[in-house]
Design a protein around this ligand. Structure first.
Ligand code: PRX
Length: 652
């Protein structure tokens, strides 16, 4: 969108795709909901600070704050002077309240092994781990890197750091040697916590080996703690490496939780996005915990007897906020699964839902589209009747994928919460409150109470309807506090576009009913014959065709129109990518959106290049579609995919 000139009075992005289906929550859902008073929106916007204070008070503070907010743009401090501890709020508080025997984590390994862990179990493990870290010389403010499979010890490690005031930085277990090394060096981490390996699609991911190679170039690392998971042969370096089970064998059962200032750093999490050097996003304790805890309860309508399952990895912000801190601050019972959704078969998730009677299920559109592609036969034989609510996060969800989720997984009964947020926002910002907002397939609906969302044009003029840039006008407690070691980049990236306004980098439109539709990253907008067309809308139109499983759309240079549309398309199994299909898809898009959006090229492919968190790398697709040389592919989930696309189409 940045390359497009705009006049002040015109919506910045053309609003092309219309969706009018509306789904009301049932009367019964409304009656029993955690939040069922519509007045919450008005009261939160009338007095946001009072609203957030109310939520902060649902945590336990060692000392209350003296001031709710200190806002010197772009720097916010929330609950100034308050003292608390995140691990205490996730564990001690519940044990003291008599919930020690409540199940905290229903863990399932990919090979089928399981552990049912109570709050007492997790409490003990975290206390011991915290004492173990202290023994290694870790103290308040030190950075600890965590590179782990999805095992309970990953959560213990995070909470153990939080307990002693060490700053954790979790690195997704699928990242390479270089990515791990870069993050450890940037954070200047003293200890790395890893495992011998983890299970993924029946194979061992050699985490210790990768750690060894990464740490070779990291003089800052003094110790490595290794959790035994896969029992594969690993080399342990004398004096540096220690097994987790040895570390905690002879330590005390209790570790005093460090009283942390509300603004003390809780963690750093690196976000790579699709371009540029990873940014170490900083989150602090009081505001982050307030946001994570409040949104978990409200958005997922969390009740005492729920079984919550967020399928994200702890290496992403979703795993931080909606596996570790949010659910555990609410004493939730949750499922944690180590492996892949298609191992040993494509029904693994549904077997897990049935087995643990999952009631609230939170996953990503990329997973939903994979399930659609695999077909509904994989749902047969699994009882999904325990489900009460479904969530989506990470990308815009196409209306067709939304409808499939609603009908096939939710069986038409379950409200869907499409939640928009970012690593930087810390917690959910735009989402329906499930008892209050009727949903439309593909729309994230409206801002959460207390969140000041606006739509701006290039010049910063606010518009009520139509498309433009998403902007957030006022600070919120769980907002990022900076980029580790790079204040200027923090100012430039997020606050440089308009005065004192947060710029998330996404496009959004508001329809006639006031509903918000996320349109993807603004650099994913095409300018075709003077119209700004969102890649998202064309992709949705393509996925709407019965033969299409997934698509990614990019703008390519076109002499006539400025940009033309190239569409990469993955067909459903059994479909043929021939000329007739190409013509049918072009026609379908023209019918759904208008002739303006008719793709010039349709490129059939078996896979799409994605970042490790599942986001499509459009920059690469653009290079391929325009036949340019490929750029940096080190963050690709599967570089071979791009190479094969390029071999096939790079010169066309
Ligand atoms: O473009 C938006 C997209 O994901 C970006 C944030 O990515 P990340 O920091 O990795 O966090 C992902 C998990 C919160 C956003 O700028 N995004 C996330 N959720 C949605 C979304 N786009 C549309 N709809 C969503 N529900």
């Amino acid at each position: 969108m940045s390359e497009a000139p705009h006049s002040n009075d015109k919506a910045t992005m053309d609003d092309l795709l219309k969706e009018n289906r509306l789904f009301e929550p049932s009367a019964e859902f409304k009656k029993n909901a955690v939040v069922n008073d519509e007045g919450i929106y008005a009261s939160a916007s009338a007095n946001p600070q009072a609203y957030w204070v109310e939520h902060a008070k649902s945590l336990e503070w060692f000392k209350e704050w003296d001031q709710v907010l200190d806002w010197k743009p772009p720097f916010a401090k929330w609950f100034v002077g308050g003292k608390l501890n995140a691990s205490y709020n996730c564990l001690d508080r519940h044990v003291k309240a008599g919930l020690g025997e409540k199940l905290a984590i229903l863990w399932e390994g990919e090979p089928g092994d399981e552990q049912r862990l109570t709050y007492n179990d997790v409490y003990l493990a975290v206390n011991k781990f915290a004492n173990g870290l202290k023994k290694l010389g870790v103290s308040k403010g030190d950075r600890v890197a965590i590179y782990m499979p999805m095992v309970p010890e990953a959560a213990y490690a995070m909470l153990a750091c939080a307990r002693i005031g060490a700053i954790h930085t979790v690195v997704f277990g699928g990242f390479s040697v270089d990515s791990l090394k870069g993050r450890i060096l940037d954070a200047d981490a003293k200890v790395l916590i890893t495992a011998d390996g983890g299970w993924r699609r029946g194979k061992i991911v050699p985490l210790k080996q990768t750690s060894d190679e990464a740490v070779d170039g990291c003089p800052c690392i003094e110790h490595m703690v290794v959790v035994r998971r896969t029992e594969n042969e690993v080399s342990m370096q004398d004096g540096r490496d220690v097994w987790y089970h040895d570390l905690v064998a002879d330590v005390a059962d209790f570790c005093e939780p460090e009283p942390m200032d509300a603004e003390d750093v809780l963690f750093i999490l690196y976000t790579s996005g699709t371009t540029g050097k990873p940014k170490g996003i900083i989150h602090t304790t009081g505001g982050y915990m307030t946001g994570a805890a409040a949104t978990t309860k409200m958005v997922f309508d969390l009740k005492d007897d729920d079984v919550f399952w967020c399928t994200a990895d702890v290496g992403w912000i979703t795993g931080h906020s909606y596996i570790v801190y949010g659910p555990m601050a609410n004493a939730a019972t949750q499922v944690m699964y180590e492996g892949s959704p298609d191992y040993p078969e494509r029904n693994r998730f549904w077997k897990i839902v049935e087995k643990y009677k999952v009631s609230k299920f939170y996953t990503a559109p990329t997973a939903i589209r994979a399930f659609m592609k695999w077909g509904t036969q994989w749902l047969e034989g699994s009882d999904l009747s325990s489900l009460k609510l479904l969530g989506s996060v990470g990308e815009p969800i196409n209306p067709e994928a939304w409808m499939w989720y609603h009908e096939q997984i939710g069986k038409g009964r379950c409200p869907i919460v499409d939640t928009w947020w970012q690593t930087e926002t810390g917690s959910i910002m735009i989402s329906p409150l499930p008892a209050l907002v009727a949903t439309k397939p593909g729309s994230a609906t409206r801002a959460m109470p207390g969140i000041d969302v606006r739509i701006l044009t290039d010049e910063g003029k606010e518009i009520d309807k139509g498309g433009g840039y998403l902007a957030i006008k006022s600070p919120w407690p769980s907002m990022l506090r900076g980029i580790w070691g790079d204040e200027q980049r923090y100012r430039d990236t997020y606050w440089g576009r308009w005065p004192d306004t947060y710029f998330p980098g996404d496009g959004v439109k508001r329809d006639d009913d006031g509903y918000l539709w996320l349109l993807g990253r603004v650099d994913d907008v095409m300018l075709v014959a003077g119209h700004n067309i969102s890649t998202m809308e064309v992709e949705s139109a393509l996925v709407d065709h019965q033969s299409v499983a997934e698509s990614a759309v990019v703008g390519i240079t076109d002499e006539l129109k400025g940009q033309a549309i190239a569409a990469f398309v993955i067909l459903k199994e059994g479909q043929n990518g021939d000329d007739a299909m190409t013509a049918a898809l072009k026609q379908h898009v023209a019918e759904k959106i208008g002739a303006i959006a008719r793709p010039k090229n349709i490129i059939f492919t078996a896979e799409l290049p994605k970042t490790r968190s599942g986001k499509i790398m459009r920059r690469l697709l653009r290079d391929i579609a325009e036949g340019r040389a490929l750029g940096d592919v080190t963050t690709l989930a599967d570089p071979a995919v791009v190479q094969s696309l390029k071999d096939k189409y790079g010169d066309s």
